[in-house]
Design a protein around this ligand. Sequence first.
Ligand code: PBG
Length: 430
Amino acid sequence: MATTPIFNASCSFPSTRGIDCKSYVGLRSNVSKVSIASSRIASGQRRNLVIRASESGNGHAKKLGMSDAECEAAVAAGNVPEAPPVPPKPAAPAGTPIIQPLNLNRRPRRNRASPVTRAAFQETDISPANFVYPLFIHEGEEDTPIGAMPGCYRLGWRHGLVQEVAKARAVGVNSIVLFPKVPEALKNPTGDEAYNDNGLVPRTIRLLKDKYPDLVIYTDVALDPYSSDGHDGIVREDGVIMNDETVHQLCKQAVSQARAGADVVSPSDMMDGRVGAIRAALDAEGFQNVSIMSYTAKYASSFYGPFREALDSNPRFGDKKTYQMNPANYREALIEAREDEAEGADILLVKPGLPYLDIIRLLRDKSPLPIAAYQVSGEYSMIKAGGVLKMIDEEKVMMESLMCLRRAGADIILTYFALQAATCLCGEKR
Ligand code: PBG
């Protein structure tokens, strides 16, 4: 089955709005009724419904007692039927000052007065369809917890991963991105394992596509998990990250992933010119239909710390500041965006997410392309830690942070919360 009943009943429905998990429960049962009604129509009980429709539509109201004319005459004669009285004004606490009301034309609180009005005027919504679920994989059979990312595991590519994907699909998350933990013995300075057609990532893609043909698989294109130097590119002896030589390797990596069945390749390396080169390499191999999600504005951020622990991919020396962007820069994101657009990127990504909402909004306003936001490992872990320490309400802060990324202009969000948040949106507790 391509979609689960939950997905049909609720998650693909526009009712998955708002950030208040409780409201989804109510919405969901309404939605289920809608889909039950329409499935009855489909299964041949249509006549029944048609008869009911014409019964109420042929102009004869059901007789309850007096006719319309008698009712109107009674009211005109002053015999007005009773209705409940207007309730008394609610009392203010003793000591509340007695004042003249402010003379305001506009009181914005009117449109926030009840859950119904708030839902009616909500500007942004969020659904499991907006999520891409990043998953860590390794060669092992067991799932290994990642210390710095509570709730995340290096998943066994044959077992744990497949189960996790099944859980995500059950709540409407049908897009994932894979990050491999590569055995140390397979790493070298030129990251050649990155384009081994039988490496961990291509093997995993083939397994997942065999099981779930409609799963949308994003891949990470960069050398760091495969580099003995822990950098996204090839490192020269003087420490310079070599741009064009790295792009050559990235093209081979992207083609290898496409060959295995990847739907979207995502260069996260920040080399110059890699989007155009990867596009040309994919096209030359017949992968015209494979998309490119470019990490357009990827900042040299300390929020990636837990991720690097997860993959053991910390740079062995130096930092990534000669290729990732300076967190102090805003206009520079536009330079990257223009370049990626011109080179044929299908989706522009901003990373990290929440501290960079201004960049998301900038690209949203300046580009017609879909925008992705990456809520990175450090953002995830801070919310988890705050929740564990009972300093914040983890679930509410999770949903608010994701909604804010949407409000800033992100179409899709890469988030380690994808399963948890989608579960919440579908009105179910994990
Ligand atoms: C590396 C890559 C990184 C992340 C995704 N791809 C880390 C880095 O640039 O060092 C970070 C994701 C996260 O922190 O969740 N190509």
